[in-house]
Design a binder for this molecule. Structure first.
Ligand SMILES: [Ca+2]
Ligand SMILES: [Ca+2]
Ligand SMILES: [Ca+2]
Length: 230
């Protein structure tokens, strides 16, 4: 291996190992459509291009996922915090690459739910490194949350009906992470038929940078004045 290809190889290794950086709440579910077989999530932090995220409607068995339902991979594009994204097993509204990995992703109205997760080797049935979130109708066709690292009300939700969606606030918080308990601890709207999701991105209240900048300039001016007087 010459120097250049060695460099490329080491760079590629570094790039791969620098990803899988998502954690609980990096994305939060905001809607699950059992009629349209789609769901919506919001990025609650900036997401790098190339994250391999998996989603499944299969149940968690306590230490790994069961088999028999659908497993789909999504290699992310760059995503800004606050962006809402609708996904199906073949498409996303923000791009990236969606690929079916196993089974059929089909959301039933008998308690089905969706897990979003990453694995240590970026293979769908590899060792699960992080379960990012969960949203489902109830525990019926979603399995246990024990061992997932998720908690109902703060990082997961049973929304208790068909075609659930979050209808609460998407603005006014001072950090994106503040939306996590709002989303998962709220009463979602449910319906016996497909609902139309809001596509409004989430936003945060900006720091009062104008005042901070003015105060900074005044402090610098005062310091300069004092130096001249000294
Ligand atoms: Ca299921
Ligand atoms: Ca369905
Ligand atoms: Ca299913």
């Amino acid at each position: 291996m010459n120097k250049i290809s060695a460099l490329i190889a080491s760079g590629a290794t570094f790039a791969a190992s620098s990803l899988m950086g998502l954690s609980v709440g990096s994305f939060a579910f905001t809607a699950v459509g059992v009629d349209d077989e789609d769901f919506q999530i919001v990025a609650l932090e900036d997401i790098s291009a190339g994250e391999t995220v998996f989603f499944t409607d299969d149940e968690w068995g306590g230490s790994s996922f069961n088999t028999g339902e659908g497993f789909v991979s999504w290699i992310t594009p760059t995503i800004s915090a606050g962006t809402v994204i609708t996904l199906t097993d073949t498409s996303t509204t923000v791009g990236g690459t969606v690929t079916s990995q196993a089974g059929t992703f089909a959301l039933s109205n008998s308690g089905d739910g969706i897990f979003l997760y990453q694995t240590s080797n970026n293979v769908y049935n590899g060792s699960v490194s992080t379960i990012i979130g969960f949203a489902g109708e109830d525990s019926g066709d979603a399995g246990t949350l024990s061992g997932t690292g998720l908690t109902i009300g703060s990082s997961a939700i049973y929304f208790g009906g068909d075609n659930g969606m979050y209808t609460g606030s998407r603005s006014g918080e001072s950090s994106f992470a503040d939306y996590l308990p709002l989303i998962y601890n709220s009463t979602w709207s449910t319906s016996g038929s497909a609902q139309t999701y809001s596509t409004t991105d989430f936003s945060i209240v900006p720091e009062p940078t104008t005042y901070a900048a003015i105060a900074g300039v005044l402090m610098l001016g005062l310091a300069a004045y004092r130096r001249r007087r000294a």
